[in-house]
Design a protein around this ligand. Structure first.
Ligand code: HEM
Length: 131
């Protein structure tokens, strides 16, 4: 039986495995390696903080993921195929390594954030001003 996600060490294992898979993926790998030219030494610890904040309610991640992905979408289109690929890799990584209530929760959170991000990227700026 697999264990659940309990602490930062488990998050580190999840995040490192996930981005290993992402880099090998033909659809979204190049977005990280060629478009954004991600500096992994900085990106990975940021992602440990992000997921620890999301899953364990620790306010250690400081940043604005939506703005980062809006800027990324200006350079390369982030659409259904890219989000579906991201989610599939994330869910498969969680399921390969863990099982339990936190494993289910982190998949739900990832799904909600991914769907919101996808929606916001595709929403034209509002033309109505509510005063
Ligand atoms: C189409 C799917 C996605 C792609 C291709 C993608 C790609 C990227 C890239 C290239 C960066 C690094 C940007 C940079 O350092 O210049 C980044 C940062 C990040 N991504 Fe994504 N991402 C995707 C979906 C998501 C989702 C669904 C989440 C959350 C559930 C997420 C969370 C983050 C966070 C927290 C950062 C760090 C933002 C910061 O600098 O504070 N990403 N992403």
């Amino acid at each position: 039986m697999k264990k659940d996600i309990h602490n930062r060490e488990d998050i580190i294992q999840l995040v490192d495995t996930f981005y290993g898979m992402v880099q090998e993926n033909n659809k979204i790998g190049p977005i990280f390696t060629e478009v954004a030219k991600v500096d992994w030494v900085h990106h990975l610890p940021k992602m440990y903080d992000f997921w620890e904040s999301i899953l364990f309610g620790k306010a250690i991640y400081k940043g604005n993921p939506m703005l980062v992905h809006f800027a990324l979408n200006d350079k390369t289109s982030l659409q259904t195929a890219e989000f579906e690929t991201w989610k599939t890799i994330f869910f498969n990584t969680v399921d390969d390594l863990f099982e339990g209530s936190n494993a289910e929760l982190i998949k739900q959170k990832a799904q909600s954030i991914a769907d919101l991000m996808h929606f916001k990227i595709n929403s034209p700026p509002s033309k109505i001003k509510i005063v």
